[in-house]
Design a protein around this ligand. Structure first.
Ligand code: TEU
Ligand code: CA
Length: 590
């Protein structure tokens, strides 16, 4: 039940019950039930999903044309990465006009059709709220930089910096940017520095200015009143800047996101946003919590604080791909991954809802980082990872193409990449002579965000059916003839058909949503075995290795009724010693 305009006109009764005080709901295992806790979310990166007009760029009508596919997959919420007017320096995370659609993606009428189509397909839509910064082409910044007395001057963060006796200018402090170099740029027009945690084209908004906050709230209402169901909030812990913005210490320079995040006024801003906007709608909110530790999570999502519904805590994803400084792939181990999920279960209380994800548009492909993307192991390891995401605690987020087991792209030369992060890092690492081009590019190939952004592989026709044109904006992965939705549709053993079954199982099993979690064997280096219990008990067993494993459950436990295995033909039941195939995952009902 939710209170969007569309529904108001259709269902007066729903409106009445929404407007009236919501009766106290029965708790489930101590949790307050919410639609967004029970949802399976699917992220769409619009540029890469489906091109409808042959220009090589995915667009909104393209997404609308694939709603049957998404409904059949079983997901119930779509998170749309930015679809707003943008010069597109950073994949649309640099917004020029928050009330306009990116021209390449279509028109507002296309957006309205997409939203109506999503509702008709019994799904919901959350959009990206990118308000830590804007594009430097946003009219607020164009005004702001024009003079020190412009009414928009205080919409951004301007400081004079330091001037040496010889006239040399240096930035106000030593803040590094996420995308390399200083987070400050001197603007010649007014001779002051502005802050940009991301690229030079993404100036940070000054949230201390109440006018900024009111303008953001008005943008939020604009989209909510169209009937969207919530927001994924980009780098939201960064909006309140550290008091006085002193230099980062040597210690803080090891982890600048943590130093930038969760500033002194964050709670105040989020509560105001909740009071003035979010509380008036029945929405899902998920904050992208860069720099936020598990210990800090409660302060953002505890439902008694009225701030956010959930956050993305990056601890698990960061095991493999740190998000700051020179790119490198981190080593990881299964016990380390389990320890993260175990600590979430231990630390977060019943007021603090969690998310579970390993991929998004900023990370390499999940099967290539946490699985094994070799031809022999790709299918089962992709299935195993989806099994884990869909049975652990928290609202699961899948990224487009994960359901097909899409892999990293074989990037070779600099020209193969689009990502501004790669280009900036190349300047900082290779052009300065710190790293050789060959080793930089080899690491980038495994690490780059472009891995997630190559076009969706729909079928085996040229360009994987993504576009009827010949030049997709980013090259299609050459493995599209083997890995594509049409082929997987026909194959009962495909990742796609498995994920459909899994989502169906999850959607009628509340134990996977609200159930208790217990890791049966935190130390085992190959096997992840855990239970989810809500009256009924479910046992999930995953072999995180490319070899077969014989595994005996601890404490004389028996695996009872086999509900699902990612290996066709797997049958073992009522046993305490299991013979697991490489990357096999099984779900038992106890
Ligand atoms: O990402 C911000 C960010 O800090 C990520 O690098 C995150 O910490 C990382 O994924 C963890 O591995 C957001 C957007 O998702 C990204 O696409 C934008 O470039 C960035 O903000 C600026 O808007
Ligand atoms: Ca297009």
């Amino acid at each position: 039940m939710f209170c969007s305009k569309i529904v108001r006109s259709v269902l007066a009764a729903v409106l009445l019950s929404c407007a009236a005080a919501v009766p106290a709901q029965k708790l489930i295992n101590g949790y307050e039930p919410k639609w967004w806790k029970e949802a399976v979310v699917y992220q769409v990166y619009p540029r890469s999903f489906k091109d409808s007009n042959g220009d090589g760029i995915g667009d909104l009508p393209g997404i609308t044309s694939k709603l049957n596919y998404l409904q059949k997959l079983g997901v119930n919420v779509i998170w749309l990465s930015p679809h707003f007017d943008s010069p597109n320096v950073d994949g649309g995370y640099d917004i020029r006009d928050y009330r306009k659609i990116m021209a390449e993606f279509g028109t507002m009428a296309d957006f309205d059709r997409l939203l109506a189509g999503i509702k008709q397909h019994h799904m919901r839509l959350i959009i990206d709220l990118v308000v830590n910064h804007t594009s430097d082409e946003n009219k607020w910044f164009v005004e702001s930089r024009s003079s020190k007395t412009n009414p928009y001057r205080d919409f951004y963060i301007w400081l004079p910096g330091h001037t040496a006796p010889d006239g040399t200018r240096t930035p106000p402090n030593n803040y590094p940017s996420y995308f390399s170099g200083s987070a400050w740029t001197l603007d010649p027009k007014t001779n002051e520095y502005y802050l940009h945690y991301f690229t030079v084209h993404q100036p940070d908004l000054n949230w201390e200015n109440p006018k900024v906050r009111q303008d953001v709230y008005s943008i939020m209402r604009f989209w909510l009143d169209k009937g969207i169901d919530g927001f994924r909030m980009d780098v939201i812990p960064l909006i309140s800047k550290p008091t006085g913005m002193p230099d980062l210490t040597a210690e803080q320079l090891k982890d600048p996101p943590n130093a930038y995040a969760n500033g002194p006024h964050l709670a105040e801003y989020l509560r105001e946003m909740n009071r003035e906007v979010l509380s008036k709608y029945n929405v899902m909110t998920v904050g992208e919590a860069t720099g936020t530790s598990l210990a800090q999570t409660g302060s953002l999502v505890d439902d008694r604080r009225h701030e956010l519904g959930m956050i993305f805590n990056f601890d698990a994803a960061l095991l493999r791909h740190p998000d700051f400084g020179p790119p490198q792939l981190g080593p990881w181990s299964l016990p380390a991954l389990k320890a993260i999920y175990d600590s979430h279960a231990l630390v977060l209380n019943k007021h603090e809802w969690d998310t579970v994800f390993l991929s998004n548009h900023d990370s390499p492909r999940v099967v290539s980082t946490f699985g094994d993307d070799s031809p022999e192991m790709r299918v089962s390891s992709a299935k195993l990872l989806e099994t884990m995401i869909l049975t652990l605690r928290g609202t699961p987020f899948l990224y487009e193409g994960d359901e097909l087991g899409m892999t990293n792209y074989p990037f070779k030369k600099l020209a193969d990449f689009e990502d501004v992060a790669v280009k900036n890092n190349y300047k900082a690492e290779v052009e300065t002579g710190k790293t050789s081009a060959a080793s930089f590019l080899a690491v980038q190939a495994q690490f780059t965000r472009d891995n997630a952004r190559t076009p969706m592989q729909w079928d085996s026709s040229p360009q994987a059916g993504f576009t009827t044109g010949t030049h997709p904006w980013l090259a299609v992965n050459p493995n599209y003839k083997q890995i594509n939705a049409a082929q997987e549709e026909k194959d009962p053993a495909s990742v796609l058909n498995y994920v459909r079954t899994l989502i169906k199982l999850r959607s009628h099993t509340l134990a996977f949503v609200y159930g208790d979690y217990q890791d049966l064997d935190p130390k085992d280096e190959k096997i992840y075995a855990y239970t989810r219990t809500l009256g009924e008990k479910y046992l999930v067993i995953e072999n995180f290795s490319s070899s077969p494993v014989t595994y005996t459950l601890p404490d004389g436990l028996k695996a009872a009724t086999l509900l699902l295995s990612d290996i066709p033909g797997s049958r073992e039941a009522n046993v305490s010693t299991l013979h697991l195939a490489p990357w096999e995952s099984r779900i038992y009902k106890q």
